[in-house]
Design a binder for this molecule. Structure first.
Ligand code: SF4
Length: 347
C-alpha cells in the first residue's frame, strides 16, 4: 500500500494560543562513563485548553522532559540547552524568585506517586493551605473557603478538610493531590503517571475527575504515562517518545487510526485486547546505550523497516499532515505528495 497526502494540506492551521512551547530541550545525566542523553532535543507545543499525552517505554525521557520544563532537574542531571516558553516567557532564563512565582501560579506538577508524598502527620487542610499560603497571602477564612471549594471541585466531601491522609483511600488521596496542583489556578498542569498504583476502576474515576476539572478551569495539561489505552481516552494529542526523542506527535485519533512511525505502530500493537484473541506483540531488541546514540535514526536497531539510509542520516521531525509530525525516512515528498515508500524500499 502506498499512502499519499497532498502537501498543500500538510501544514498546521491551528490558531489557538500556545500556552507552552518547548524548543530543542536537551537534558543530560552525568555518569562516570559519560553523559546519559535523557532528552535529545525535544520540541513540542501545548495549546490553550489542550491535553497532550507523553508516552513511551520506561526510561525514554518522559519524566525528565517534565522536570526540564519545570526546571526541576536535579544533579547529576542538567539542562544542557533549549528553551521552555511558558506564555512566551523562557522559564530557563528566570531567576529563583521569578521561578517561584511561575510554579504553582502558572504551571504545576502532580508528580509520580504523588499520593505517597502527602505528609502523614498533617491534615489535608494544612497541606493544601500551605501550598496556597506559600504563594499568596490570604486571610485564614479565605484560605478555608478556597480549600473547601477545591475539595468540592475534585469530588471530595467537605469532611476531608479535617482528615489525615491515612484516613483516605488511594483515589481520595490522589484527588487531594489534584486539588493541591490546581489550588492557584495554573494555566498548565503536568501529571506524571497520576493514576498508577490505583486499581483500574479508581483509575477511570480519578482520570475523569481530572478531565472535568481541566474543562471547568479551562487549563491545559500534559499527561505522562505508558498506558496507551488510558491515554486514548484522555488526551487530544499524543507525543510518542523513544530514547530521549519525540518520534511522532499527532492528534489522538490519527495516532490510533493511522500512526506512521514504526515504533508507534509497535506500541499500539502491544496493547492487549480482551475482545480479540491475539498473541501479545513484543518489540524485539533493546534500546541503544543512551551515552552513545548511533548515527542516523535512533530506532534503527529495533525497526522492522530499517533501510541503509536510516543508519547514516537522522530523520527530522516533519509535519506531514496537519498537526501530525513524524521522524522517519519511510516518507518522502514526490511531486508535491508525501508517499509512504515502505513497499518499495523495505530491506
Ligand atoms: Fe525505521 Fe528508518 Fe524510520 Fe528509523 S527512519 S523508524 S529505522 S524506517
Amino acid at each position: 500500500m502506498t499512502l499519499t497526502w497532498d502537501m498543500q494540506d500538510a501544514k498546521s492551521t491551528d490558531d489557538r494560543d500556545v500556552v507552552l512551547e518547548v524548543k530543542d530541550l536537551r537534558v543530560h545525566y552525568a555518569t562516570p562513563l559519560g553523559d546519559v542523553i535523557a532528552c535529545n532535543g525535544i520540541s513540542f507545543k501545548v495549546y490553550e485548553g489542550e491535553t497532550v499525552g507523553l508516552v513511551g517505554e520506561s526510561g525514554c525521557g518522559k519524566t525528565t522532559t517534565a522536570m526540564g520544563v519545570l526546571r526541576l532537574v536535579q544533579p547529576p542531571g542538567r539542562i544542557v540547552e533549549g528553551e521552555v516558553l511558558l506564555d512566551g516567557v523562557d522559564v530557563l532564563s528566570l531567576n529563583e524568585e521569578e521561578l517561584r512565582r511561575v510554579r504553582w501560579n502558572q504551571i504545576s506538577l502532580i508528580p509520580q506517586g504523588a499520593m505517597n508524598s502527602l505528609n502523614p502527620v498533617m491534615r489535608v487542610k494544612d497541606q493544601i493551605g500551605d501550598a496556597i499560603q506559600t504563594h499568596e497571602s490570604r486571610a485564614r477564612e479565605a484560605v478555608k473557603e478556597r480549600i473547601l471549594e477545591l475539595l468540592n471541585l475534585v469530588g471530595l466531601p467537605a469532611r476531608v478538610y479535617n482528615m489525615y491522609p491515612h484516613e483516605l483511600s488511594g483515589g481520595m488521596k490522589q484527588r487531594v493531590c489534584i486539588a493541591m496542583a490546581i489550588a492557584l489556578n495554573p494555566s498548565l498542569v503536568i501529571a506524571d503517571e497520576f493514576t498508577s498504583a490505583l486499581d483500574v476502576i479508581v483509575q477511570r474515576v480519578v482520570a475523569q475527575t481530572m478531565l472535568d476539572v481541566k474543562d471547568r478551569l479551562g487549563m491545559s495539561m500534559i499527561l505522562i504515562g505508558h498506558d496507551m489505552g488510558l491515554q486514548a481516552q484522555l488526551v487530544d494529542r499524543i507525543a510518542v517518545m523513544y530514547a530521549g526523542n519525540i518520534v511522532e506527535i499527532a492528534p489522538v485519533e490519527d495516532i490510533f487510526e493511522e500512526s506512521l512511525h514504526p515504533y508507534t505502530q509497535l506500541l499500539i500493537e502491544s496493547i492487549p485486547s480482551i475482545k480479540e484473541r491475539k498473541p501479545l506483540k513484543v518489540t524485539e531488541g533493546l534500546t541503544h546505550d543512551l551515552r552513545n546514540p548511533p548515527p542516523g535514526c535512533i530506532f534503527q536497531f529495533r525497526c522492522p523497516y530499517v533501510m541503509e539510509h536510516c543508519r547514516e542520516v537522522e530523520p527530522p521531525l516533519r509535519e506531514l499532515k496537519p498537526l501530525h509530525e513524524v521522524a522517519c525516512h519511510l516518507f518522502e515528498e514526490q511531486d508535491g505528495k508525501i508517499v509512504d515508500i515502505s513497499d518499495e524500499s523495505v530491506v
